[in-house]
Design a protein around this ligand. Structure first.
Ligand code: SF4
Ligand code: SF4
Length: 80
């Protein structure tokens, strides 16, 4: 899972690009739902939110580190 840090300027570039609809507006800044973020595994080669963020404030979430296999399993679960 990735994490949006406090530098986020709420530009809304990332939200519509997420293939898992994992990004939402939180109390102050945009946030990522760890239950839905596959780091784009199953969809793209690289995290697309990171590619579109103009200020590079999306980083790996130290509280939610997952292997490639775990991310792929989450992708399959989400696709149901
Ligand atoms: Fe969505 Fe991919 Fe960003 Fe995760 S890495 S929040 S799945 S766009
Ligand atoms: Fe925040 Fe970056 Fe998303 Fe813009 S693209 S809302 S700055 S995380």
């Amino acid at each position: 899972t990735l994490l949006i840090d406090s530098k986020c300027i709420n530009c809304d570039m990332c939200d519509p690009e997420c293939p898992n609809e994992a990004i939402y507006m939180g109390a102050k800044i945009y946030q990522i739902d760890p239950a839905k973020c596959t780091e784009c595994v199953g969809h793209y080669d690289k995290p697309t939110c990171v590619s579109v963020c103009p200020i590079d404030c999306i980083k790996p979430d130290p509280a939610h580190r997952e292997s490639l296999d775990e991310l792929a399993e989450k992708y399959v679960r989400l696709m149901g």
